[in-house]
Design a protein around this ligand. Structure first.
Ligand SMILES: Cc1cc2nc3c(=O)[nH]c(=O)nc-3n(C[C@H](O)[C@H](O)[C@H](O)COP(=O)(O)OP(=O)(O)OC[C@H]3O[C@@H](n4cnc5c(N)ncnc54)[C@H](O)[C@@H]3O)c2cc1C
Length: 388
């Protein structure tokens, strides 16, 4: 499959990447081509069932595409995410209706948590599903949601009955053709341009009670979010790889004071650190994907470390790549400029870097207080010494 992916990247993604970014143009044909190669369906078997043992392959595909266009990689990974949640938790009538069509890129599915007053603080969300006979009546407003303007179906996190902070939550599967449901474009973004993003509005939408994920709503969405975070780390790895290759090429070709700028120690140091951080981010993300492949939703600590480390490194080193390009670095049509804008997004979506560092630190301290092994934080060799 990776040979097919490399050919797809070389012949279809790389030539289109600049125009997708410049025009913020959606790319349904590329998603259909990716689907024909089976890229959205990597963690599914031939019958649409799940096979998450292939999550590390999905990660590698995301990284390779992201070295040229993280927007295209997100279009593919976003479809995989919706299909994953539907295949794992939705009743059979919804699986039949949406999984195959989503994997084939005939329909698009949104994963909708964020609201204008509820981003990092998910429990602040105020979209409410009120039970009424055989239906829920859904009212609320989601924002910054991938595929929102073109979505056929949306998995929507809502509170049941009331917007109180601790109200129980449900993840409803909403047909976006339902009366009262609407998807709209949001403001123009600087990164991941071309990937549709925007708002979902629900104005008294009647959703049959059975049209939900069969799992506590928050927990189900967090399972999906772990997959999304591994992909976010992989977009960042792709950006690091792209920045490294672009920097090497420029350092070799650009001459100053009669010699390539790559002869300067200051440029060599930037590239050395870029290469080391790329390999470290890649290994951490691989570990995160391998943990997800066990089928229990993944090791949350490794997933957080990978997402935070890779995205912060991508932002830092795409900045260095711009610097190595001099004035060309600030030309919006240049690849390194686009990479820097895309890298910023990876620090924000799927949990900001700040919330990941906070969660990691808090968990490590709590585990120490409870005398639990700190394996995820320190590696197995040091556990005995620290917990004794
Ligand atoms: C391109 C893009 C695609 C997206 N796709 C989706 C999608 O498909 N579905 C979806 O539901 N959402 C999506 N989002 C939304 C994204 O998940 C949120 O933007 C993100 O969770 C941050 O929320 P916020 O923007 O409201 O920032 P805020 O929560 O307002 O945070 C603002 C700042 O405060 C900091 N902060 C807040 N609370 C804490 C805390 N407790 N500790 C430390 N720092 C804190 C944050 O780190 C940040 O720096 C997308 C966003 C973007 C940009």
């Amino acid at each position: 499959m990776l040979d097919d992916v490399d050919r797809f990247v070389r012949t279809r993604v790389a030539p289109a990447a600049s125009a997708i970014d410049a025009e913020a143009g959606f790319f349904p044909e590329l998603l259909a081509d990716a689907a024909a190669l089976g890229l959205q369906g990597i963690v599914h078997d031939d019958n649409g069932g799940l096979d998450v043992t292939r999550m590390d392959l999905a990660r590698e595909v995301t990284e390779r595409i992201s070295a040229h266009s993280p927007a295209v990689a997100l279009g593919i990974a976003g479809a995989r995410l919706s299909a994953y949640l539907l295949a794992k938790y939705a009743p059979s009538h919804l699986r039949q209706r949406w999984v195959a069509s989503t994997l084939a890129a005939r329909t698009y599915g949104s994963f909708a948590i964020t609201e204008p007053e509820a981003g990092t603080d998910i429990r602040a969300l105020s979209t409410v599903a009120v039970p009424d006979g055989d239906d829920y009546v859904l009212t609320g407003h989601k924002c910054w949601v991938g595929f929102a303007p073109v979505a056929h179906v949306a998995i929507v996190l809502a509170k049941v009955g009331s917007p109180e902070r601790d109200a129980p939550m449900v993840a409803l599967v909403v047909d976006m053709e339902s009366p009262g449901a609407a998807g709209r474009p949001g403001p123009e973004l600087s990164g991941f341009r071309g990937m549709p993003n925007g708002e979902l509005h629900f104005d008294g939408v009647r959703v049959p009670r059975g049209d939900r994920l069969d799992v506590e709503g928050f927990a189900g969405m967090m399972d999906g979010l772990n997959m999304a975070r591994i992909d976010a780390a992989a977009y960042a790895c792709g950006l690091l790889r792209g920045a490294l290759l672009a920097s090497l090429t420029r350092a070799h070709a650009r001459h100053a004071f009669g010699r390539p700028i790559g002869d300067l120690q200051i440029i060599q140091r930037k590239i050395g650190r870029m290469a080391a951080d790329y390999r470290a981010a890649h290994e951490l993300t691989r570990r995160a994907a391998e943990s997800f492949a066990h089928g229990d939703g993944g090791d949350q600590d490794i997933v957080s470390m990978a997402k935070m480390f890779a995205s912060d490194a991508a932002r830092r080193h795409t900045d260095e790549a711009m610097q190595i390009h001099g004035a060309l670095g600030v030309v919006t049509a240049e690849d390194v400029n686009r990479m820097h804008r895309d890298a910023k997004v990876t620090q924000i979506f799927d949990g900001t870097s700040e919330i990941h560092e906070t969660m990691l630190g808090r968990r490590a301290l709590r585990m120490l207080a409870r005398d639990e092994p700190l394996t995820a934080f320190l590696g197995s060799d040091t556990v005995e010494e620290i917990s004794a």
